[in-house]
Design a binder for this molecule. Structure first.
Ligand code: ATP
Length: 480
């Protein structure tokens, strides 16, 4: 696999393998049900991973909801009426073309397979020999390159279950494959109770489920994942303007949180890529170790969703604007079906992106015999904000003082971590790997001067600060 290699280290493992190993070693992400051999495509977030994911989602909420007057949040049920998914088109249309390789038995998505010219001669391995064959499709098996393939079958991606004790066609419900539909079906509830005027948005975060055929690249694509979506309702004639606004806003959000701009790009969807109802779409893409791939989609959906829910529910979902004159009747007041711009991001995929982007290896250098692994996460995303370390654990005074400092951080809702095990260098190294931006060391000098050492993760600079200033200094650096 053509995986990007970091140049700084001596160890030449591909980056994805290093990230997966770090995640397991340090408790970011574990394979689900590991003691039973693991469950494919399911992951558990450990102590550091849970914090990182929460921080990513909290930053999204802050920028999308708290810092704006025109967006409100909801938290809807994962299980919704099956009629929602009939109206949205997910029951009939949310499927992938599934193909089996007759040779190596790999099962894959036709639209993800390597492209070849139909009728072209392709080489592949069969029973230990390289042979030639004719491609009867425009793709071959991604595993062995064989053109000997089964027919394409459509496979619905929604997880089905039953609501209530009886398993019957009437009790079938689905786990939501996206969070977006709850915003459409609650459009009027939210607009009326909150007295919202166009343009306005409804945001939601939470779990979504897709029975993906090819789960790949660790947490990049899994069957259970977390989304962060917002539906922004606006006047039809303002849709183009808001699409441009939101694509830039969303791109800038990743950069503000420390993603390297050279690893990000905005890609405009070609006409033939667009869903039939979509008026335009951009993807925020990241340069993953295997190439450019989607991180978030920002789509102009027109009034497709509200129209469909109106048709299927029989309920009017129009917005009433008392200030407009209806051109059809000449009367004051007009009912309109707003257009929608949807920025749809994956929280778990964003976690992977920030881990990849933040990962760094430093080779040994002058004055430092050992190299180090450091996660250069933005301080706001870092799972632990500050580690407080007594220089020696046998000195009770240092331990008590460290505990007192920790308490102050916690009183200020700053996630602080206490560590007294091993030599101080080892402890710094552990925090570098966990992405902790600041370490505070309490030592003998603290007794005389009431000062501590503040060490910065990124450049390992150390400075002496007053104990009573510690919380303010760290809090200040957490502000953006
Ligand atoms: P892809 O083309 O990668 O399958 P999509 O276009 O189907 O993604 P959307 O339906 O637009 O994805 O969902 C919005 C976002 O949700 C995606 O940009 C991605 O970040 C995230 N997402 C979608 N499916 C998955 C998945 N199976 N695992 C993790 N994240 C996902």
């Amino acid at each position: 696999m053509d995986e990007k290699k970091k140049k700084t280290g001596t160890d030449e493992l591909p980056l994805m393998q290093k990230i997966a190993a770090l995640c397991k070693r340090r408790g970011f992400v574990f394979q689900s049900s590991e003691i039973y051999g693991g469950l494919k495509s399911c992951y558990d977030y450990g102590p550091l991973g849970a914090e990182l994911k929460r921080n990513v989602m909290a930053e999204w909420w802050r920028s999308m909801v708290y810092e704006r007057d025109d967006v409100v949040g909801i938290d809807a049920s994962i299980i919704m009426s099956p009629k929602v998914w009939q109206a949205s088109g997910h029951v009939s249309g949310f499927s992938d073309p599934l193909v089996d390789c007759k040779l190596c038995k790999a099962r894959f998505r036709a639209d993800h397979a390597p492209v070849v010219e139909k009728g072209a001669t392709v080489e592949y391995r069969k029973e230990g020999k390289t042979i030639k064959g004719v491609a009867e499709r425009s793709y071959v098996c991604p595993e062995c390159g064989s053109p000997e393939l089964s027919e394409e079958r459509q496979f619905n991606l929604m997880f089905k279950t039953n609501l209530g004790p009886v398993e019957s066609p009437d009790s079938v419900v689905y786990l939501r494959p996206e969070t977006a539909q709850a915003m459409f079906v609650n459009f009027l509830n939210v607009q009326q109770t909150y007295r919202l005027k166009l343009p306005f948005g409804i945001a939601q975060q939470g779990k979504s489920f897709r029975n993906e055929i090819t789960v790949e690249h660790f947490i990049f694509r899994s069957c259970e994942f977390e989304q962060m979506e917002m539906e922004f309702f606006c006047e039809p004639e303002e849709s183009d303007k808001w699409l441009e606004y939101w694509k830039q806003e969303r791109f800038d959000w990743y950069v503000r949180l420390g993603a390297k701009p050279e690893n990000l790009r905005l890609r405009t969807h070609e006409k033939d890529e667009l869903a039939h109802y979509a008026k335009g779409c951009y993807d925020v893409e990241y340069q993953y170790p295997w190439g450019w791939g989607e991180l978030e989609g920002i789509a102009a959906r027109g009034n497709y969703d509200l129209t469909k829910h109106q048709e299927h529910s029989g309920k009017k979902l129009t917005y009433f604007d008392p200030n407009k004159v209806d051109p059809a009747t000449g009367k004051q007041g007009m009912h309109i079906l707003p257009y929608v711009i949807e920025p749809a991001a994956g929280a778990t995929r964003t976690v992977l992106m920030f881990l990849l982007d933040a990962y760094d290896e430093e080779a040994p250098s002058e004055g430092r015999a050992e190299g180090r692994v450091v996660l250069r996460l933005h301080p706001r995303l870092a799972p632990i904000k500050v580690a407080v370390l007594p220089l020696v654990k046998k000195d009770e005074w240092l331990v008590d003082k460290s505990r007192a400092i920790i308490k102050e951080f916690r009183r200020n809702s700053i996630n602080a971590f206490y560590d007294e095990k091993d030599a101080i260098g080892r402890r710094y190294a552990r925090q570098d790997e966990a992405g902790t931006p600041f370490c505070i060391t309490v030592d003998g000098e603290t007794k005389d001067t009431d000062t501590v050492t503040l060490r910065y993760r990124d450049d390992m600079r150390q400075e002496r600060i007053k104990v009573q200033e510690a919380v303010d200094i760290v809090r200040d650096k957490l502000r953006d």
